[in-house]
Design a protein around this ligand. Structure first.
Ligand code: ZN
Length: 363
């Protein structure tokens, strides 16, 4: 049967709807899928057959009949149908990588010590790490995801990374020389936000994730979609000026948010003052910076990812108190600020989630 281009497009969209439904809501029957998504039973049946042949959906057997009518077969997403290779180059000391299944469960792990920070060395190291991980995979690899510091453009180029001193580096070119499948590059804060959204048991439809590391970053998800922003600059909050009379920042401005809440600056002040006052004050600064973001986006589920000595429960409490007392009362009651789940693997899981979203339309 030959299908027109628009028929092909509709078919692909419907397929994504079914996969998303099976990923998010678990096993389902053809009739339930049709009813839930307003599709004809014939269309669903046809697509399910195709997904079964592709091996991405599996037959779970007949569900015991709960009433009159024919018992129906349950189908679920086959988590082991593909594996995903994810690499994080967010750390300056070592690049780490994992192989995951479609649910983000880590199956294999590898890492590489970073000897040099120049882009050429990094490209080779990443390509080598990816090649090792692809080799470890025991199912077809859906794609490779790379989480990195810095601004990542839609063209998959690291436009600028202050930590590594890179500008306009295409880190994926070397990977593509040894791996012929899809490769996706994503900023680390965005990756972290996508990981929380994709792999949480009860996914938030909208959330704001803040990363506190050598710098401060943000990943914003609204209505299930990652916000890219004009010129792919959404979430670059580190150089918001919070004190015009503050110290000079390497970016050329004075008193950037980075200088107050990035971990190296914060730890230095914590050591100097030998008290929790520095942490408390940083939490208030961050809370004040978050208030307008909450007001503009209406997103009130906030996660903070960072070192455990910084993201303490009292830090989270102060951020929440400060932010919520600076927004409209109705909104204030909904503000929640918690530590991001996922621990050290958060960026890796986000890189895997990027592949899942880009290749299967599932998140
Ligand atoms: Zn700055």
């Amino acid at each position: 049967m030959t299908r027109s281009l628009s028929q092909e497009k509709t078919r692909a969209q419907n397929k994504t709807v079914l996969l998303q439904s099976l990923f998010r809501d678990g096993a389902s029957t053809r009739a339930e899928l049709a009813r839930q998504h307003g599709l004809s039973p014939v269309v669903v049946s046809d697509l399910v057959t195709e997904l079964l042949v592709d091996g991405i959906v599996e037959d779970m057997g007949v569900r015991p009949n709960r009433g009159a009518g024919k018992p129906a077969t349950l189908f679920s997403l086959r988590d082991s149908a593909f594996q995903i290779v994810a690499v994080s180059i967010a750390d300056e000391e070592r690049f780490v990588g994992v192989v995951t299944n479609l649910r983000g469960h880590v199956l294999h792990r590898a890492e590489a010590e970073v000897g040099t920070r120049d882009a050429e060395g990094a490209r080779v190291l990443v390509a080598d790490l990816v090649a090792r991980l692809v080799e470890m995979a025991t199912a077809p690899v859906l794609g490779v995801g790379i989480g990195t510091q810095g601004v990542v453009t839609n063209e998959q180029v690291v436009r600028v990374s202050s930590a590594f001193g890179w500008s306009n580096e295409s880190l994926v070119d070397d990977v593509r020389r040894t791996y012929s499948g899809p490769v996706h590059l994503i900023n680390d804060a965005r990756a972290a936000a996508l990981a929380v959204h994709t792999y949480r048991e009860t996914p938030e439809d909208s959330l704001l994730l803040i990363t506190l590391d050598r710098g401060v970053g943000a990943g914003l998800i609204i209505g299930g979609a990652l916000v890219q922003g004009t010129h792919s600059l959404a979430g670059e909050i580190g150089h918001i000026v919070i004190d015009e009379n503050g110290p000079r920042c390497p970016c050329g401005q004075n008193g950037c948010l980075d200088l107050v809440v990035s971990v190296p600056h914060l730890r230095r002040r914590m050591t100097e003052s030998r008290s929790s006052a520095a942490l408390e004050s940083a939490a208030r600064v961050l809370g004040r910076a978050l208030a307008p973001m909450i007001a503009v986006t209406g997103v009130s589920d906030i996660y903070i990812a960072g070192a455990v000595d910084v993201v303490t429960s009292s830090f989270l409490h102060t951020v929440r108190e400060t932010a919520s007392t600076r927004v409209f009362g109705i909104l204030a009651d909904t503000v929640s600020v918690s530590a991001a789940p996922g621990g050290e693997d958060l960026v890796l899981l986000g890189a895997a989630a990027t592949v899942l979203s880009a290749e299967l339309g599932v998140s």
